[in-house]
Design a protein around this ligand. Structure first.
Ligand SMILES: Nc1ccn([C@@H]2O[C@H](COP(=O)(O)OP(=O)(O)OP(=O)(O)O)[C@@H](O)[C@H]2O)c(=O)n1
Length: 410
């Protein structure tokens, strides 16, 4: 038996990047031989083992044949006669289809090194189209490696288009789509993931709510001529540049979905798009089984981003209403994320990227003032039962009025 290091570990080492997982390929061994050597089998659909000491993954070399729809519809042959070349040719991208043997020799039958040097994401073979998940994987790798200069080969993009047109994407499970999307959101250029999905037609299939933002006009004065999709993706890019948490990036991505529902006759204005957006945000999150915490932040940003923008003009009672609706008392971190996402919306336009956003500090100050109201003091003053809550609101309101007066005088 011969063992090779394969996939991401080989690619990342060649790119000078830190290595996360080390995947190994075993050629010329049977399942029984692996078990006899103490490897523990974990793969359900094909033979993958864990090393008894290191816990690293060892997969038997295999060929694949498509037998049905989607990601799972495959037949595998993992016989000891399957060669290294046969295994590498079934892989997605040439830069992922290199192997290194135990003597340190690189095995690169598909030009992975040349593509790595030329910064090209290229499919290995026409069998690329047998796995629709690869549309998302390529877009995710493009989002990860964009800053290193990588682009997708024209022919690979055509295969991604072909897969999107074929209807195969509909067979991907929600978990798979979300898993790739969540990872893409954490990459340095998540906007590239969505741009590529849009270019190949996958956005309209998997994220129709987002694709519908394309061509939706917005007021020139606020958005510098960008349509709603371009504005959203610019704001997403800025979110990644300032290393906002992925949940904030996701909320930024969905904040304007309501704009796709404005009747064209009202363009470029989008009155009420915050409340109109709640339905598509919910639909998208439900369909992809987005974690509740992420969904709730996205809903809050969608509903409140305009209120946050105009914070300085809000009456103390409206400020209190905003805080109550956002449940800032119990969820301060979520509100702080809502402020970040709203600021990213405000600066996500060509000429505003360095602009100040006073609403954020103002709302943080207002919240700190309201938070100084102490429940213990209310109880000590003799309030009981529901009267405590009532008095709490009154005192918070007073604190906000005083805060607002101080701010207008300064
Ligand atoms: N749909 C897929 C999934 C995986 N692979 C192959 O399996 C390897 C390991 O997959 P995975 O661990 O998902 O990706 P990595 O390349 O290791 O990248 P990451 O850093 O994202 O883990 C990939 O390099 C690729 O050769 C593939 O061809 N097609």
């Amino acid at each position: 038996m011969k063992i090779y290091l394969v996939g991401g570990a080989v690619r990342d080492a060649l790119l000078g990047l830190p290595i996360k997982d080390r995947d190994h390929l075993v050629v010329g061994a049977s399942i029984t031989q692996m078990q006899q050597q103490g490897f523990r089998q974990v793969g359900k659909s094909f033979p993958v083992f864990l090393h008894p000491d290191s816990g690293e993954e060892y997969a038997l070399a295999r060929t694949e044949r498509k037998t049905g729809y989607g990601y799972g519809g495959f037949d595998f042959d993992a016989a000891p006669t399957v060669t290294l070349e046969q295994d590498l040719i079934r892989r997605d991208l040439t830069i992922n289809a290199m192997a290194r043997d135990s003597e340190g020799q690189l095995h690169d039958p598909h030009g992975g090194m040349a593509d790595l040097n030329a910064r090209i994401l290229r499919h290995v073979s026409p069998a690329f189209v047998e796995d629709p998940l690869r549309v998302l994987r390529v877009a995710r790798f493009a989002a990860r490696f964009h800053h290193l200069g990588f682009t997708v080969a024209a022919q690979t993009l055509r295969l991604m288009q072909q897969l999107s047109d074929s209807g195969e994407l509909a067979h991907l499970s929600a978990e798979r789509v979300w898993q790739e999307t969540e990872r893409a959101l954490a990459e340095p250029n998540p906007e590239i993931y969505f741009e590529l999905l849009h270019q190949c037609g996958a956005l309209a299939v998997l994220f129709p709510e987002l694709a519908a933002l394309q061509g939706v006009a917005q007021p020139e004065a606020y958005h510098g001529g960008l349509d709603a999709l371009a504005h959203t993706l610019l704001a997403l890019q800025l979110a990644a540049t300032e290393q906002a948490p992925p949940s904030v990036r996701f909320a930024v991505l969905l904040h304007d979905l309501g704009k796709a529902l404005t009747p064209k006759s009202e363009w470029p204005r989008h009155i009420g798009h915050e409340s109109a957006g709640l339905k598509p945000v919910k639909a998208l999150c439900e369909r992809l089984r987005v974690p509740n915490e992420w969904r709730d932040l996205a809903l809050q940003v969608c509903a409140q981003h305009l209120n946050v923008h105009r914070a300085l003009t809000l009456k103390p009672s409206t400020l209190l209403k905003l805080f109550d609706r956002c449940d800032v008392w119990r969820k301060p971190e979520r509100f702080s994320h809502t402020l970040d996402a709203s600021r990213l919306d405000a600066i996500g336009r060509p000429d505003q990227q360095q602009a100040a956003y006073p609403a954020q500090a103002y709302l943080q100050g207002a919240l700190a003032a309201a938070n100084r109201v102490c429940v213990k003091a209310i109880v000590a003053d003799g309030f009981k039962g529901p009267a405590i809550r009532e008095e709490l609101s009154q005192r918070r309101l007073l604190a906000l009025a005083q805060f607002k007066a101080r701010e207008s005088n300064s």
